[in-house]
Every structure is written in structure tokens, then in C-alpha cells.
Design a protein. Structure first.
Length: 488
């Protein structure tokens, strides 16, 4: 059980490491080239290339904005051992940094393998059991590392680059380098010019482990980043939730107002229906007097009614207003056509067969009993209710026309015309004629009851003011005697 638990933990750790490497590479690819090169330069280590004749010290630098390594010092390994040791210690001390050991390419064994995709999670463990099959050495005789360099998803295979070196050769060179004070933290399988190489042949137990404060720093940084990530995800959600809550409150308030408006509309419709009930019932059909007048005009002179009935018939869908006519007519069959063509009724039809009048009565004709429906009148247009806001403004008053001011002129008094006296003949003047007043008989009662027609006054007739004065009439303030005499 413990072996299963350990295997599960190792699998989880390996999966987490693989995910972290993938995530880190994806984030690095999003950075600008300049920043990416500087970060890569900071991660580069000085490399010591060891061979049988000389040592080369390569240091990281930036050339044209790109990270690379250049040769800083070359040490001759064929010189006196003491001199060689002195110069090597001095060169390593100037680096002030851990170094990576690069072995000659003749010592590195390389293979390219095609393996099932399922071995990717535990690649090194799976290769450790098959090193003797892929190389001429046993697994305990080699330092090795592997890297996935290709995939075939259709077949479910991966392409793996395998690099290995004999432990005896690597341990001998690493011992010489540690003798001069170097701290070896990596054993790359590629030359120092290849800064993108991920193959590290150094055993895992010999690689530098993080110190406690570094672990705490990484843990605190990871927690801080996680908090920032949670805040970046949760803050917009919280803002949207607050906005949604406000909108919901506003929608609830609008819904209450909408319900109140709907209630007022329903109440208004009910009141209008109650108000229009009587006028609609009254105006739905013609008045009884109108119906009686129209039927009287429609019936010919040889027809008379013995009974006329107006009644309301309640149907399944609506109430009908019917008229029933009973009587006698010389041509009863024509009445149905006359009623239909009148436009007053519809569906006119005999309620019973026409019955001929008995011959002994001396009258020719038929007894009829006809029923018809009164046509509904078109519904009058409803007058729109004008609200206070829609009340049209009152019309502007007409412009006041000020008449021109005419100066008042005092009327000139009209003096009676004076006629020059004509010398009378030599005779006595006749006595003036006296016209006796005509007696007016009092009106009788019949004449008082009979209205006297009043002639309309024409606008073209001049207004004449008549004044009765002792049986004499004056017009326009002119004496009667002068009008009659024509002025002499």
C-alpha cells in the first residue's frame, strides 16, 4: 500500500512539474523579445569546457539584444601542475558563480528513440530500466537525461532525445574542477553555444536544492499570485453581481409601476364601458319612431297592419332586435323583397305561410306574418380622451384692429329753409284745413288671437322715424304741411 501511495505522489509531483514547465514556457513566449532575452541571460550559467589539453571558460552576455555565451578565459592544461592549478583557481574565483561542466562531444552518447506516449509522465524511470537495451552499458554505469522533441498524436507516440555519459569519465573531470573551487550545478550534454538545451546529465541528488528561505519565498510568491488571480477573476464577477442586483431592484420597481398602470388602464376601460353601455345600447339600433316611420313608408296602400311587435331576442352570441309584422295585403309576397331592399332590416322571411282571405269577405288579399332583424347601426367613433398634458393650447386671439381716429366734427345745425314770400293776390287768405283724427276701432278678440305677420325689414330701406303728434306725422323733422305742399 505504501508503494502505491509513493507512486501516486511521484506521479502527481511529476504532473505538476510538467504543467509548471509548460505554463512557464507559454508565459515566456508572450513576453517581448528584449525582456525574454534578459530573463534568459540571468538564468544562464558560466560554462567550463574541459578537454585533455585545455579548459575554456564561457560567460553569458547580451549581443544585439540576444543572450549568448562567449569565451572569457582559456587555460593550458599541459603546463606545470602548480601553475595550472593557480590560474584555474584565479579564473574560477573571478566568476563568483556556480558553473556548468561541458564535456567533450566524444564522451557523450546520443540516441533518438520512439516510445509510446504513455511513458511521458515517467520517462526517466522507464528509460532507466532499458538503458542496457538502448546503449552498450548498464544503467548504473551512466549519467543520462532525456527530452521529448516530437509527437505523433495519430499513432500515440513521442520522439525522445537520449544523452548519456560514462560515470567514470564524468566523475574524474568533475573532481578536477571541484579541486580548483568550482561549484558544479549542471552537466549539459550540448556545447555552450546552445543556450536552449534542456539536457542535464548531472544526477538529481547532486543538483542544488533550494534552501528553506527560497522555498518560503516561492511559496509566498505563489500564494500572492494565486490571490491576485482569484481577485482578477472574482472582482468582475462581484461587480457584475452588484450591477445585476441594482438592475433587479430597478426592474422590480418598474414592475410595480407597470402593475399599477395596468390596473389603472383596466379601471379606465371598465369605467368607459360602464359609461358607454347605455349610449351603445341606445345607438345600436334605430329609434322606434324611426322604425315605425320607415315601415309606414315601405308598406303599399293596399296593405295594413293588425299587429307590429318589436322585441329583443337573446341568442348564443349576441342579442338581436327583431320586428314582427302581421296584417293583410293584396300582394303579401312583395313585402319581403321591399323590406330587404329598404336597408332597415335583414333576414326578412315569413314566419308562417301566407293565408288567402276568404272570398266571401269581398276583399282580395293574403294574411301575412313576417319577421325580420333590425340592422345594427355603425358604431360611432369614440372621442379620444384628452389628457391634461395633451390639451391643445387655446387659439390665439384675433388681432385687434384699431380704427383710425377721426376727429370729431360738431354737426352743423340744419336750419329750415326760408322761402322768399310771394306777394299774395289781392284776396283773402283761405282758412287752414283741419283734418279730424280718424277714430280707431278697438280690435276684436279674433283679430287679437290672429298673429299679425311682420314684414322683414330690408337693409336697403332707409330708417324713417315717425312721430305722432296730434294727428300729424313728421318725417325727418320736416313739417307735414311742407311735404304735402311741395314747398309752395
Amino acid at each position: 500500500m505504501s508503494a502505491l501511495t509513493a507512486s501516486l505522489q511521484n506521479s502527481l509531483v511529476a504532473a505538476a512539474c510538467n504543467f509548471w514547465r509548460w505554463w512557464q514556457n507559454e508565459l515566456v513566449q508572450l513576453l517581448p523579445a528584449t525582456i525574454r532575452s534578459r530573463l534568459q541571460h540571468r538564468r544562464l550559467l558560466p560554462v567550463v569546457v574541459c578537454s585533455e589539453t585545455q579548459w575554456e571558460l564561457w560567460t553569458p552576455t547580451l549581443e544585439g539584444g540576444r543572450a549568448t555565451r562567449v569565451i572569457q578565459t582559456s587555460l593550458d592544461m599541459t603546463a606545470d601542475p602548480e601553475v595550472r592549478l593557480f590560474y584555474a583557481r584565479e579564473a574560477i574565483a573571478r566568476l563568483e558563480s556556480p558553473v556548468a561542466l561541458s564535456l567533450p562531444s566524444s564522451m557523450i552518447l546520443r540516441r533518438t528513440l520512439v516510445l509510446p506516449e504513455a511513458l511521458e509522465e515517467n520517462l526517466k524511470q522507464a528509460l532507466a530500466y532499458d538503458l542496457d537495451r538502448h546503449t552498450p552499458f548498464r544503467g548504473d554505469e551512466l549519467y543520462f537525461d532525456a527530452q521529448v522533441i516530437g509527437r505523433n498524436t495519430e499513432r500515440g507516440e513521442i520522439q525522445v532525445a537520449l544523452a548519456a555519459v560514462q560515470r567514470s569519465h564524468a566523475d574524474r573531470i568533475m573532481a578536477q574542477l571541484r579541486e580548483v573551487g568550482a561549484e558544479i550545478v549542471a552537466l549539459p550534454a550540448d556545447p555552450p553555444e546552445n543556450i536552449d538545451s534542456k539536457l542535464n546529465l548531472l544526477p538529481t541528488e547532486d543538483r542544488p536544492s533550494w534552501q528553506s528561505w527560497q522555498r518560503w519565498a516561492v511559496a509566498v510568491g505563489a500564494v500572492f499570485i494565486a490571490l491576485l488571480l482569484i481577485a482578477a477573476i472574482a472582482l468582475p464577477v462581484w461587480q457584475k453581481r452588484a450591477h445585476t442586483t441594482d438592475l433587479r431592484k430597478h426592474a422590480d420597481a418598474m414592475q410595480v409601476q407597470a402593475a399599477e398602470v395596468t390596473r389603472l388602464h383596466d379601471e379606465l376601460d371598465r369605467l368607459v364601458a360602464d359609461y358607454d353601455f347605455v349610449p351603445e345600447r341606445k345607438e345600436a339600433y334605430p329609434a322606434t319612431v324611426h322604425i315605425l316611420d320607415e315601415i309606414t313608408k315601405l308598406l303599399p296602400d293596399d296593405t295594413w297592419l293588425t299587429q307590429m311587435e318589436l322585441k329583443n331576442t337573446v341568442g348564443s352570441k349576441e342579442t338581436r332586435y327583431e320586428v314582427v309584422l302581421r296584417g293583410e295585403s293584396a300582394h303579401a309576397s312583395r313585402l319581403v323583397t321591399s323590406l330587404e331592399e329598404s336597408g332597415l332590416v335583414t333576414q326578412a322571411a315569413p314566419r308562417s305561410p301566407f293565408t288567402a282571405i276568404r272570398a266571401g269577405s269581398g276583399v282580395e288579399g293574403e294574411i301575412f306574418d313576417i319577421g325580420a332583424q333590425i340592422k345594427r347601426l355603425p358604431t360611432p367613433e369614440r372621442v379620444a380622451v384628452v389628457t391634461e398634458k395633451e390639451t391643445p393650447p387655446p387659439p390665439a386671439p384675433p388681432p385687434v384692429v384699431v380704427p383710425p381716429v377721426v376727429p370729431a366734427v360738431e354737426p352743423t345745425p340744419v336750419l329750415p329753409s326760408v322761402v322768399a314770400p310771394v306777394p299774395p293776390p289781392m284776396r283773402a287768405a283761405p282758412a287752414p284745413k283741419t283734418i279730424p283724427p280718424t277714430p280707431v276701432a278697438p280690435p276684436s278678440e279674433e283679430k287679437m288671437k290672429t298673429p299679425v305677420p311682420v314684414a322683414p325689414v330690408s337693409e336697403e330701406m332707409p330708417m324713417v322715424e315717425a312721430v305722432e303728434n296730434g294727428g300729424e306725422t313728421e318725417e325727418n323733422n320736416v313739417p307735414h304741411d311742407e311735404t304735402e305742399g311741395g314747398g309752395g
